[in-house]
Design a protein around this ligand. Structure first.
Ligand code: KG4
Ligand code: ZN
Length: 337
């Protein structure tokens, strides 16, 4: 089965073709970062308009790269939520119309389920039961996955998401939007241990997170410092270590709570090198394993939507002819496949 996947929930237009026989045939992502940078964050209306401009050319390009004609497709999957309503509607309308025109089934996919399943896309050994750590710009969640589609929330952030904390911390030290990846790059040349920040909520039981206080700790340290390039890197390193340690401590607890030894990690912050290394070490120590998508499939992309769509279409599901999106959508309401 060859499925076209379309992702337009926020500021990336993502398109891919996933083939259940051979795997990912092609995927392309157009990032709107440059468009939003001067505003310091995503402007929803500009995001919608840019998806309108870029989606059809990107679909043509991806089909060309996959060497697949429109009439060879077997289904169309699109992100139906959560996300920005206007941005979601662009992808949903395009996907729904294309499927109607081609007489194909279409399926609306939950964006976080897309992220959650991405580690399985190129790793055949990664199968439920597992614990998923979802760490993106909008979410930080630990999910107990007993079978595909059966998602039980174990813990989540009470305030900022991990990616949001990276972005806000980068911003307050003067890095341009979105600062997460740049802060991580800066941390590479920072001195470990020069600045020590807390590991929030690890001193008590529970699987929830809180990252907003770390940002304040960084702000105070940055204001009191000489604000040199090296200090910025040292603080970045201290901040990254605090987030990574916190996530690793809670992941280990979640594995214990779920009685399982496989962790899958997804979402933009899953691209973070130090997080990947730390979780790898933690899992190996306990004789378990951790699965990550390749970094390009950690951040928003169409491949994860095509893959999740293929799984759900194969399970016999499809969405009706209407163009529906769900900007706020609890993953626990999804049905098992
Ligand atoms: O999953 P994603 O692409 O979009 C959302 O659905 O939110 O995640 C984007 C987030 C941003 O906050 C970005 O700063 C963060 O992931 N991010 C990183 C890294 N790469 C992306 N954070 C830390 N280290 C990275 N290497
Ligand atoms: Zn995302």
């Amino acid at each position: 089965m060859k499925v076209l996947g379309i992702e337009t929930s926020c500021d990336e237009t993502g398109v891919a073709v996933y083939d259940t026989d051979v795997g990912l045939r092609a995927h392309a992502v157009y990032s709107q970062i440059a468009l939003h940078a001067e505003y310091g964050g995503v402007v929803p209306e500009l995001a919608s308009r840019d998806h309108v401009r870029k989606l059809l050319p990107l679909i043509r390009q991806t089909l060309d790269e996959a060497g697949i004609a429109l009439d060879e497709l077997d289904g169309v999957a699109y992100t139906a939520g959560p996300g920005l309503v206007g941005a979601l509607l662009v992808g949903a309308a395009a996907a729904r119309s294309l499927a109607w025109g081609l007489n194909l089934p279409a399926i609306g996919i939950h964006h976080m389920e897309g992220h959650l399943l991405a580690p399985l896309l190129e790793d055949e050994a990664a199968k439920p039961p597992f614990v998923a750590l979802l760490v993106s710009g909008g979410h930080t969640q630990l999910v107990d996955v007993k079978s595909l589609g059966d998602y039980r929330l174990l813990g989540e952030t009470l305030d900022d998401a991990a990616g949001e904390a990276f972005d806000k911390t980068a911003k307050l030290m003067g890095l341009p939007y979105p600062g997460g990846p740049q802060l991580a790059a800066l941390a590479e040349v920072g001195t470990p241990g020069k600045f020590k920040f807390s590991r929030p909520m690890t001193d008590r039981p529970g699987l929830d997170f809180s990252f907003s206080g770390l940002k304040t700790q960084v702000l105070l340290a940055w204001k009191a410092s000489d604000q040199s390039e090296q200090t910025r890197a040292d603080i970045a390193r201290g901040f990254e270590d605090a987030v990574v340690d916190t996530l690793a401590i809670k992941c280990e607890r979640a594995l214990d709570a779920a009685g399982c030894n496989t962790l899958v990690v997804a979402g933009g912050v899953g691209a973070n090198k130090r997080l990947r290394a730390k979780l790898q070490t933690m899992a190996e120590k306990r004789g378990g394993r951790v699965a990550f998508p390749r970094p390009a499939l950690c951040t928003d992309n169409g491949a994860m939507i095509a893959f999740a769509g293929a799984l759900r279409l194969q399970a016999g599901e499809h969405t009706d002819l209407g163009v529906h999106v769900t900007p706020r959508w609890d993953m626990a309401t999804l049905t098992a496949m």
